[in-house]
Design a protein around this ligand. Structure first.
Ligand SMILES: Cc1cc2nc3c(=O)[nH]c(=O)nc-3n(C[C@H](O)[C@H](O)[C@H](O)COP(=O)(O)OP(=O)(O)OC[C@H]3O[C@@H](n4cnc5c(N)ncnc54)[C@H](O)[C@@H]3O)c2cc1C
Length: 436
């Protein structure tokens, strides 16, 4: 079943997505063939790296951005497009983990992250189909009351009133199926075209003076002095005062300090053939992002040309399934059996990074190497914010960065691709529970 395309390699399957087929403003940047001297070298041109580069350039720093493949070729150009609200972990969990004051700060940062994306889309005039609304639906009846209590909790302790409870009948009216038992609708969350967001950020970064290099894999990093770092590629090198690692699930073995707190996993998405306006409306009346409560989550919405964009299924291996269309289609049909006759036009995979505690992993090595990563599947807003917080830390305002850097993360033993069989077994066990 496995073996066709390699997960964790940005070039692998990047051009197979509906996003790539509908990309706007894709430009080629040169690869690095010289020695450069800049203030900050950023490695990785996904949301984290692009965001850090934009923020630093705006603060007057000279920035070189080295991307191993193309801008947005990693998870940022392949994801499900769900612009979420809140952190990946619920606030009540964060309150138990960190206490109420820190949980409140985390909530505020998550709200700011959602707003940051919206502001950038508006300010840089990024055409990425941003659409409001996310419906979170329960696939087990016993989950509904907990979801509804959480809505009250957010209203009571965080003053958040943009989420409302939805009963089973209303979910069925929106989705045209009675697969789910109820849910909540969030007005601040939504969906967008992820690659076009990344390309728009790339354009904004270049206009701000960031020197972007593509096809420039960083193979070696040296810290010859506390205020000097050198990143080398096959044909060039960048000497900088600071280095930002923004590689997330594609980090590989580049830096073991950053790597030990995250694990790469692969997630998969398909795009159906256009369904036509009536059929698209039948399965998603309001064209909101829909995310279900499964451990291996299903997430979906309609595209402007009325395709169903459906994310579902993951694996914990260096390889993608051989037939990604068939792999994701089974999840799609479990939600929408009436789409059995629909042709699947595109299917693709991407690699993201998760952490044990499902909160982002930020950190430093010495005084001048920074990283932000491990958004655990919740990175459109938080990776944009991660890059901004790295820029704040580099410019001497590390308060918000340190809130994350001080989280106690549990390292993953066993190296890059889950050589720890217990953990794979754990993931498979929880994904199996989805079925009961
Ligand atoms: C299939 C899928 C669905 C997802 N769905 C959602 C969703 O709906 N909502 C949500 O919020 N999040 C989602 N996520 C997660 C989200 O996409 C990520 O959290 C986010 O894009 C991370 O951004 P990033 O910039 O940190 O990493 P990436 O976008 O992965 O970028 C890392 C970049 O670093 C580059 N790189 C790595 N090593 C090197 C090197 N040595 N030299 C040079 N360049 C290098 C890579 O080529 C890559 O371009 C999903 C992820 C996947 C894979």
């Amino acid at each position: 079943m496995f073996g066709r395309r390699q997960g964790g390699v940005a070039s692998s399957g990047y051009d197979e997505s509906w996003y790539y087929a509908t990309a706007r403003g894709m430009v080629r940047h040169p690869s690095l063939t010289e020695s450069l001297d800049v203030d900050v070298c950023v490695v990785g041109a996904g949301y984290t790296g692009l965001s850090a580069a934009i923020e630093l350039a705006e603060r007057g720093f000279t920035v070189a951005l080295l991307e191993g493949h193309r801008v947005g070729a990693g998870a940022s150009g392949r994801n499900g497009g769900v612009l979420g609200m809140g952190q990946r972990k619920d606030q009540d969990d964060l309150e138990s983990m960190l206490g109420m004051p820190a949980a409140q700060q985390m909530w505020q940062i998550a709200c700011d992250a959602n707003q940051l994306v919206r502001d950038r889309v508006a300010r840089f005039n990024i055409d990425c189909d941003l659409t409001d609304g996310e419906l979170h639906v329960a696939h087990k009846s016993r989950y509904v009351s907990a979801m509804w209590r959480y809505t009250e909790h957010l209203a009571q302790h965080y003053g958040y009133t943009d989420q409302r409870n939805i009963d089973r009948d209303e979910v069925a009216a929106i989705m045209g199926v009675d697969t789910y038992y109820g849910g909540v609708l969030d007005k601040q969350a939504g969906h967008l075209h992820p690659l076009n967001l990344a390309l728009g950020l790339g354009r904004a970064a270049a206009e701000l003076g960031v020197q972007i290099f593509e096809q420039s894999v960083v193979t070696n990093i040296q810290q010859p002095a506390p205020d000097r770092v050198i990143a080398s590629t096959a044909a060039g090198r960048v000497t900088a005062k600071f280095l930002v690692l923004a590689c997330n699930g594609y980090l590989g073995n580049l830096n073991s300090n950053a790597g030990k707190y995250q694990m790469p996993i692969n997630n998969f998405v398909l795009a159906t053939a256009p369904l036509g306006a009536a059929r698209a409306r039948q399965i998603n009346r309001d064209n909101v992002a829909i995310v279900d409560s499964r451990f291996v989550v299903n997430y979906f919405h309609n595209s402007p040309d009325q395709r169903l964009i459906f994310g579902g299924g993951e694996n914990y291996s260096p390889f993608f399934p051989k037939d990604i269309k068939a792999f994701v289609r089974q999840h799609m049909l479990a939600v929408y059996p009436q789409l059995a006759d629909v042709v699947i036009d595109y299917a693709w995979g991407g690699t993201l990074a998760i952490t044990m505690r499902r909160m982002p992993s930020f950190g430093r090595q010495g005084r001048n190497i920074y990283w932000a990563q491990g958004y655990s599947g919740h990175g459109i807003a938080m990776a944009n914010m991660g890059g901004k917080l790295v820029a704040e830390a580099i410019t001497g305002q590390a308060g918000r960065f340190d809130l994350f850097a001080n989280l106690r993360h549990i390292p993953f033993p066993g190296g890059r691709w889950l050589r720890w069989p217990g953990l794979v077994a754990g993931m498979l066990y929880y994904s199996m529970l989805d079925k009961f």
